[in-house]
Design a protein. Structure first.
Length: 258
């Protein structure tokens, strides 16, 4: 299991947020199995190419695989940090984590399909694929289908970060039991705010299609490019507030020692 050596090395531990779990729980073990299966479903091809033409065709799917893998890894890493920081294994955590892995597993194929189509378009392709019988066909034959695909992607994106909001909110509700200090409470709220931003971008993208129609699918897709800007601005503001809180805590500690 990949988590065990990472936990031993302190992977993902940043700042002064204390870890409350130093062992891999059964919940995480099940999650790892689901994530591993999801990544297996992303694999470009399960068969070894028999000709160079087949190899070249397989390599065309590498870009889509890389992007999809990165998104899945980001979700896995966020979940990994959550369990390290809070160590919760109660009923609400189990069910929320079950919802998370369900969404991840269900949306693997739409995720792969979307980025296979987009990468092919950006690399000069025509959005065509070769079926098992050798027939070449278009991946999508109407703008309406593209609109529906973006709505499916948006729903999955929204669902993942909505689950993270609920997980972090649950941890915040148990802040007294977990003995979270002021900085840890701030970081917990900050994680909720970041997930809210992700959800807002997904909702905005879906609203563009609902209100403008499928012909605005391109704009709806580009909406996700706001993620980097939104996270950057939020990170800068949150970083300044956290530094002020750190200074206030240091000052109050010095006063208490006098």
């Amino acid at each position: 299991m990949i988590r065990e050596p990472l936990v031993q090395r302190g992977f993902g531990k940043r700042g002064d947020f204390r870890w409350r779990s130093h062992e891999v729980s059964r919940i995480e073990g099940l999650s790892d199995a689901v994530f591993a299966f999801a990544i297996t479903l992303l694999v470009v091809s399960l068969e070894v190419p028999k000709t160079f033409a087949e190899l070249a065709d397989t390599m065309r799917g590498f870009g889509a695989f890389a992007i999809s893998f990165l998104l899945l890894f980001t979700v896995w890493l966020t979940q990994y940090k959550f369990f390290r920081r809070y160590g919760l294994q109660d009923g609400p955590t189990v069910w929320l984590n079950a919802a998370l892995v369900f969404v991840v597993l269900f949306y693997v194929y739409p995720l792969k399909f979307l980025f296979t189509f987009l990468v092919d378009k950006f690399t000069g392709g025509h959005g065509e694929v070769r079926l098992a019988d050798g027939t070449v066909t278009t991946m999508m034959d109407s703008v309406d289908q593209m609109g529906k695909l973006m709505l499916i992607f948006g729903a999955g994106y929204l669902a993942v970060f909505l689950v993270f909001i609920l997980l972090y909110w649950h941890a915040y509700q148990k802040r007294a039991e977990l003995e979270l200090n002021e900085l840890e409470i701030f970081d917990t709220k900050n994680s909720i705010h970041e997930s809210l931003l992700h959800c807002s971008i997904a909702v905005l993208s879906m609203l563009i299609i609902f209100l403008g129609g499928a012909e605005y699918s391109g704009i709806a897709g580009m909406t996700y490019m706001l993620t980097g800007v939104a996270m950057g601005v939020h990170g800068t503001i949150a970083g300044k507030r956290r530094r002020r809180l750190e200074k206030a805590n240091i000052a109050s500690t010095e006063v208490s020692h006098l």
